[in-house]
Design a protein around this ligand. Structure first.
Ligand code: SAM
Length: 272
């Protein structure tokens, strides 16, 4: 587990567990149908461009998004480097009468991985604030991006979302006065606000954010460190390695216009 930067004061009486245990809890994911509805047509528009699209969920986690698409008849492969979450996702598929192929490839190894062919997928997505903020090393992020592009067909789409790290860095002092209450999270987008959960940063540095999830119904919490993937930094990584090879669009809580506040930013990257 990531070392905690003295944040136990926010979790008195709560038990610390691995963050992946919290992420695999179904109350964390909420109503998955509503979550996809709140993509405001962006996902439907991508999926409608392809006949029988081949899809990869590159951070399959507990498998909620992959299962949602599989139940709709889509051909989805999963990927996740975490064995525990992969087994949760496989079991979820099995219970629903499906089998789900999951590769346990680290994103940085997809570029050279025999598990993936060149030009294999129409749509590759990574949802839930995973890439690129799990990778602190610029070289790793760039290698991962190259790998993602390799496995996409021409005109294929890579799609990922991140939390609004610009908001966190810009409002550091106010948030840290009382993170649990001051961190603004509207929860009206795809990651629904829940009575059971609250997520917030307890340390905010230019190159690292200590991120915590608190489950009030089970009295458990989990933390990890994230690379603050601001919009400018992510665009810079994309431009460095994929410039000229892709077309990039951004959405703010799935809207085209950037509002004063948004919880998440989405990147839609089309291979030209
Ligand atoms: C925040 S979870 C999101 C899971 C799921 N997409 C969701 O929305 O619930 C991040 C996921 O990314 C996976 N992950 C993190 N770093 C990875 C890497 N370098 N390669 C592959 N998977 C990675 C984690 O194991 C975890 O399942």
């Amino acid at each position: 587990m990531t070392e905690c930067n003295n944040c136990s004061k926010y979790f008195k009486g709560f038990k610390r567990v691995d963050i992946n245990e919290l992420l695999s809890n179904s109350s964390y994911n909420g109503d998955i149908g509503l979550r996809w509805k709140r993509t405001k047509g962006v996902m439907d528009d991508i999926l409608s461009r392809y006949k029988d699209p081949k899809i990869v969920d590159l951070a399959v986690g507990g498998g909620e998004d992959a299962m949602f698409l599989i139940k709709k008849g889509y051909d989805v492969v999963g990927n996740d480097k975490d064995d525990y979450l992969s087994s949760v996702a496989r079991e979820k598929a099995r219970k629903n009468g499906y089998s789900l192929r999951i590769n346990n490839e680290d994103w940085v190894n997809i570029l050279d991985s025999e598990n993936y062919d060149d030009n294999e997928f129409d749509f590759a997505y990574i949802l839930g604030n995973s890439f690129p903020n799990y990778l602190f090393d610029k070289e790793d992020r760039e290698k991962a991006l190259k790998g993602f592009l390799r496995i996409l067909k021409p005109k294929g789409v890579l799609f990922f979302d991140t939390r609004n790290f610009d908001y966190m860095l810009d409002n550091k002092e106010f948030i840290l006065e009382d993170p649990e209450n001051n961190f603004r999270y509207d929860g009206t987008c795809t990651y629904l606000k829940s009575e059971d959960y609250r997520c917030f940063p307890t340390a905010i540095e230019d190159q690292s954010i200590h991120w915590c999830s608190k489950n009030y119904s089970t009295s458990r919490y989990g933390c990890l460190d994230l690379w603050p993937a601001t919009e400018g930094r992510v665009r810079d990584d994309i431009e460095t390695v994929l410039g000229g090879k892709v077309y990039v669009e951004t959405f703010y809580d799935y809207g085209k216009e950037r509002p004063d506040h948004y919880d998440f930013i989405q990147y839609k990257i089309t291979k030209v």
